[in-house]
Design a binder for this molecule. Structure first.
Ligand SMILES: [Fe+2]
Length: 344
């Protein structure tokens, strides 16, 4: 059984079964955590799994705080930037809790880390496919062509009777099916890939209010009160370095100073770290900036999981007077995927 439990435009789903006391929450919102805990207690359910379908830009995710309070693991796609994701999933992987089983569909487009969850007669589509709409693709990392391909090859190949449950609905729709969306979704029905990409590129929507105030804490699991996050123009002016370019520099004995801003568990975790890198978690960056003042004139490269937290760090270090800061593009995930050497 699944129920939407926010009763607002931003949807959170609670899943459970009669034969187990284990429950799952999909896309919990931070300001409703107390409501979720009360509901779980009222129904005698234990939270066994939390899933964020993607890194949200329009509200603070409740996943990490809820995970800390209940001990339930947080699952997200492997491209999710945040720390404290216990289960990194890929396309085709099964997520189970109690008697619930959900199959992960990798559906990028709205964001690079977007997944959908197929569970029996329904599919949770995150912000990729909405009811009579689709999720915008104009945030950093969004890609209209990928959105079209995800919808056509992963979602529209499910049975027509599959119920569509999105992460948002702005127009009062509560339910649809794959068949109905194929027939009547105005952005998709009868549209070629080119026409869809053109339409999405021309939407011209304003950015949501406080997007950086939601996005950067969701990417980093650092409360914005603990750190002055850079603004969009500071972030956009961060220069990037490709993994291969950095590798050549290290190999030639010309390494920049390498600052890894992940959490200690990630630094020593499955992706490893760069030899010679120094660990300064993002949450400690401002208070430990004095450690870097002696290096102000040197070239610094910041490193994290997928290159988003480290972009925040690079912008912060630049604002603190470091003149030559670059960001490792794609982070340790791209470095590993390129087969470059790591230390563990
Ligand atoms: Fe979203």
């Amino acid at each position: 059984m699944f129920r939407e439990i926010n009763f607002q435009k931003c949807k959170t789903y609670l899943g459970w079964s009669d034969t187990s006391d284990q429950a799952a929450l999909i896309d919990p919102v931070r300001d409703k955590i107390e409501r979720y805990l009360a509901l779980l207690a009222y129904r005698g359910l234990k939270l066994g799994l939390i899933v964020d379908t993607h890194t949200h830009a329009d509200h603070r995710s409740g996943a990490f705080e809820l995970g800390e309070l209940t001990g339930a693991p947080v699952a997200m796609h492997r491209r999710a930037p945040a720390p404290h994701v216990k289960i990194h999933v890929e396309d085709g992987q099964m997520l189970t809790v109690g008697d619930l089983a959900m199959r992960v569909l990798y559906t990028p487009g709205h964001t690079p880390d977007s997944i959908s969850l197929h569970a029996g007669d329904r599919v949770f589509t995150g912000d990729v496919l909405l009811i009579h709409g689709t999720g915008r693709c104009d945030f950093a990392g969004g890609d209209p062509a990928a959105s079209f391909d995800s919808i056509m090859s992963k979602l529209f190949t499910l049975p027509d009777s599959t119920i569509v449950l999105p992460a948002h609905d702005y127009r009062g729709h509560t339910q649809s099916t794959i068949g109905e969306e194929k027939r009547s979704n105005p952005r998709l029905a009868g549209k070629s890939r080119e026409a869809y990409v053109d339409l999405m590129n021309k939407l011209g929507l304003p950015l949501p209010d406080g997007i950086q105030e939601a996005l950067q804490p969701n990417q980093s699991d650092v409360d914005s009160a603990a750190l002055a996050f850079p603004n969009l123009s500071q972030l956009n002016s961060v220069r990037q370095m490709n993994p291969q370019e950095l590798y050549e520099r290290i190999k030639a004995g010309d390494s920049p100073i390498l600052i890894d801003v992940r959490e200690p568990g990630e630094y020593r975790g499955e992706l490893g770290h760069l030899a010679g890198s120094q660990l300064i978690p993002l949450r400690e960056l401002t208070e430990r900036a004095s450690e870097l003042t002696a290096m102000k004139d040197r070239e610094i490269v910041t490193v994290c999981r997928v290159g988003l937290r480290s972009a925040t760090a690079a912008a912060i270090l630049t604002s603190l007077g470091c003149e030559h800061v670059l960001n490792l593009k794609g982070g340790m995930l791209e470095w590993n995927d390129a087969g470059l050497p790591v230390e563990k």
